[in-house]
Design a binder for this molecule. Structure first.
Ligand SMILES: Nc1ncnc2c1ncn2[C@@H]1O[C@H](COP(=O)(O)OP(=O)(O)OP(=O)(O)O)[C@@H](O)[C@H]1O
Length: 362
């Protein structure tokens, strides 16, 4: 079981009545990739996944799997398998019959499909429970059975709709590692829908951030984290402060931006006209307590809230025309400069930690 397929989504839309759930998206997912579709509720992730699976008709555009255009094929003929959020196991069937179900639908002889189901249960280390029913299993075990059931058809791509959402936090992290291991060992393409940034960062080779039926950015996790393409991505990933204002100067690779209430900020960027609206993204974990090396690379604000997190401390500060600016300080740094709510505190950062964002969201 090692055939993997490229998934090529070309200008695909999904329209439900008056709602455009997916708006002409194009995306190429290389064969053998672990791809996470990430975004807030209602952004069109599930509709996209269901169109790849064939559970939802495509309003316009085309989807290819490997060399085949699958746009009009029924789910069972696409070479994909889907694992649902609720696992959708049959309560009255034992695990072998649950896993063998799709082979039964295809008319495979009983002995053959049962042997294959046992093989899949073994792959998921669930063969010892073969005669149990789903209700006699823990959440993590049910998930393994659901995976075995999806993989029995030998798919070229496995589609997973929020597969970890029903699990408690500890199990979530454990099953996350198992999913990643499984994908690497099978070598097939996984497309996994999630609204969790942490989950996508931990699992994906390719993160696709969606908003409002469109793709904001599709890139490796490190790029999405360090170089968000838009203000939406920077805000959604939560690792940057996003400062919006008008450009007052742009030269020598640095852009200066003035926010409405008079604060001035600088960041790495070029090609902006004076007076244009621009967004700067400032890494929350690179902000430090101290006077800035030059104006625009810091400000003095009032501490609004302090959250102790063990290895780090989250500081919320208001000032320079901003209601809320976040700094994540290492515990060592914070306790070397302890501050309290209501204190005035100078914050600073390096030029490279403040970057100009793309303009989709402004
Ligand atoms: N069957 C449907 N009929 C009408 N509108 C729908 C239908 N399914 C989804 N929508 C709408 O399409 C948009 C996208 O929905 P979708 O389920 O794809 O989003 P999502 O990103 O997966 O959200 P969630 O994380 O909440 O599952 C939403 O506005 C939703 O209300």
């Amino acid at each position: 079981m090692s055939k993997a397929a490229v998934i090529d989504i070309a200008s695909v839309s999904k329209i439900y009545g008056q709602t455009t759930a997916v708006n002409a998206i194009s995306l190429k997912i290389p064969a053998g990739t672990y791809c996470c579709l990430l975004g807030p509720s209602g952004c069109g992730k599930t509709s996209t996944l269901r169109m790849i699976a064939g559970h939802e008709a495509i309003s316009s555009g085309d989807i290819r799997l490997g060399n085949a255009v699958v746009t009009d094929l029924p789910p069972a003929r696409r070479g994909t398998a889907m694992m649902f959020q609720s696992y959708a196991l049959f309560p009255h069937l034992d695990l072998v019959d649950n896993v063998a179900f799709s082979l039964k639908m295809k008319g495979s002889p009983k002995d053959e499909r049962r042997a294959r189901a046992l093989e899949m249960l073994k792959l998921m280390q669930m063969d010892a429970y073969a005669t149990r029913r789903p209700a006699q299993l823990s959440g993590g075990q049910q998930q393994r059975v659901a995976l075995a059931r999806a993989l029995i058809t030998d798919p070229e791509a496995l589609l997973l709709d929020e597969p970890l959402s029903a699990l408690d936090p500890f199990l979530k992290v454990r099953m996350r590692a198992e999913l990643k291991k499984l994908q690497k060992s099978l070598g097939i393409t996984f497309v996994h829908v999630t609204h969790s940034q942490e989950e996508a960062m931990a699992l994906a080779d390719l993160i696709v951030v969606m908003n409002n039926g469109r793709i904001e950015q599709a890139a490796i996790p490190r790029t999405v984290f360090e170089r968000p393409a838009t203000a939406f991505v920077a805000r959604f990933m939560g690792d940057h402060n996003v400062v919006s204002g008008r450009v007052t100067e742009c030269r020598d690779g640095l852009v200066s931006v003035e926010v409405a209430q008079g604060g001035r900020f600088k960041g790495v960027g070029a090609g902006e006209e004076t007076g244009a609206l621009a967004d700067l993204a400032i890494r929350i974990d690179h902000v430090r307590i101290g006077e800035p090396a030059e104006p625009g690379l810091g400000f003095t604000g009032t501490v609004q809230n302090i959250e102790y997190r063990g290895a780090s401390v989250k500081l919320s500060v208001a000032g320079a025309g901003l209601d809320e600016f976040t700094a994540i300080l290492s515990d060592k740094h914070f306790f070397a400069h302890p501050v309290s709510v209501g204190d005035a505190v100078p914050l600073c950062w390096e030029p490279a930690d403040s970057i100009l964002l793309g303009r989709l969201d402004s």
